[in-house]
Structures are given as structure tokens and as C-alpha cells.
Design a protein around this ligand. Structure first.
Ligand code: SF4
Ligand code: SF4
Length: 178
């Protein structure tokens, strides 16, 4: 890729992500030895402090959530997928697992249910794909529409915690919204 195109893409990426850092906090990033829910130490001013520098891991350079992918590609989905900061959640399609993975921001666990994401996830399930949701340290794998409607209708995490279940992802204790 030419330098001019690289610069244009970097500018577009920053402008579409705005101040979102969800994918720098919520998932595991092996190259950074970062567990789920721990903020990457390179976050600066609600962005990447090493953006464009050689030590930024390849996994970060190549990662686009579904929202950013649609925006960069100019695909019709760009007008359907809500910005992660508006939905309090983001997702991507995992080509290896053949699943859509949805990460919920722990400080706004209900916001995604009022966004366009449920309609998008119904389409995913309707096409026979699996949905994996990470919500406040719990992991849910959903493969049918009735299962999904049950998750929408109740607070899954409150439900499992009322049964005394601990988070599936112990590093959830490291989550810090600051
Ligand atoms: S979750 Fe999406 S919008 Fe947010 S920082 Fe990551 S790529 Fe950008
Ligand atoms: S290195 Fe930059 S892009 Fe990668 S997780 Fe850290 S802040 Fe985010």
C-alpha cells in the first residue's frame, strides 16, 4: 500500500473510531499479553498512543470491528451497524470459529438491546451462524433465536449471578472504566 493511501486510511480509522477504545480494553490481545477487560497500557487520550509506530502489534493494525469494516469498505451495512459508543457494544465476524462475537461494555450493559444490534444478530442466527456474547465477565454461546430472545428479555448476568455463578472470565475483576 502506498504511503498516501496508508495515511488516508489511518485518518479515516481515527475519525470513524472517534474516542472509542472498546477493542483496546475488552478482548484478549495475545501480542500485548493483555487479558480480557484490562486496558491496554498504550491507550492515550482515548486513542492509541503508538498508532503508526512500529511497535504497534500487527493484530491491532489489522483489526476492524464490524462497524469500522463497513465504514472503511463503504458497504450498505455502514448505515445499519451502530457506532460502538452509541450501542455500548461492538462485534466482529470470526472466520475461524464461523461465529459473530459481540462484546458488551460493562458500564452500559443494557444499551445494545435498545440499538440496531438485536436485529442484526437475529439475521446472523437466521443464517445459521453462532453468536458468542461477552458480558461482564460471562460468556454466552447462542445458536438459536429462542435462546437469543431469552437473553434480550432478561439480564443474563444478573440471572446467572443470582444462581451463585462466578464470571467465566476471571480477569473481569481487572476491568476499570477510567
Ligand atoms: S471497537 Fe471499533 S470503533 Fe471502537 S476502537 Fe475498536 S475498531 Fe474502532
Ligand atoms: S496498542 Fe494501540 S491499538 Fe493496540 S490495543 Fe493498545 S491502544 Fe489499542
Amino acid at each position: 500500500m502506498g504511503q498516501a493511501k496508508k495515511k488516508r486510511e489511518a485518518g479515516a480509522r481515527i475519525s470513524w473510531c472517534r474516542t472509542c477504545t472498546y477493542c483496546c480494553v475488552l478482548p484478549t490481545i495475545t501480542a500485548l499479553d493483555k487479558p480480557m477487560y484490562r486496558r491496554c497500557g498504550h491507550i492515550r487520550d482515548q486513542g492509541c498512543g503508538i498508532f503508526g509506530e512500529s511497535q504497534r502489534p500487527a493484530a491491532c493494525i489489522s483489526y476492524n470491528c464490524a462497524y469500522l469494516s463497513a465504514r472503511l469498505a463503504g458497504s450498505p451495512d455502514r448505515n445499519r451497524i451502530p457506532h460502538p459508543l452509541e450501542a455500548g457494544a461492538y462485534f466482529h465476524r470470526d472466520p475461524v470459529e464461523k461465529a459473530v462475537v459481540l462484546f458488551i461494555a460493562p458500564d452500559r450493559p443494557a444499551a445494545w438491546k435498545a440499538s440496531a444490534i438485536p436485529a442484526l444478530m437475529r439475521n446472523v442466527l437466521g443464517q445459521g451462524e453462532t453468536l458468542v456474547i461477552f458480558d461482564r465477565g460471562h460468556q454466552m454461546t447462542i445458536s438459536t433465536l429462542p435462546q437469543f430472545e431469552a437473553v434480550l428479555a432478561r439480564d443474563f448476568v444478573a440471572f446467572v449471578e443470582s444462581e451463585g455463578r462466578k464470571p467465566d472470565i476471571p480477569s473481569f475483576t481487572e476491568w476499570n472504566p477510567a
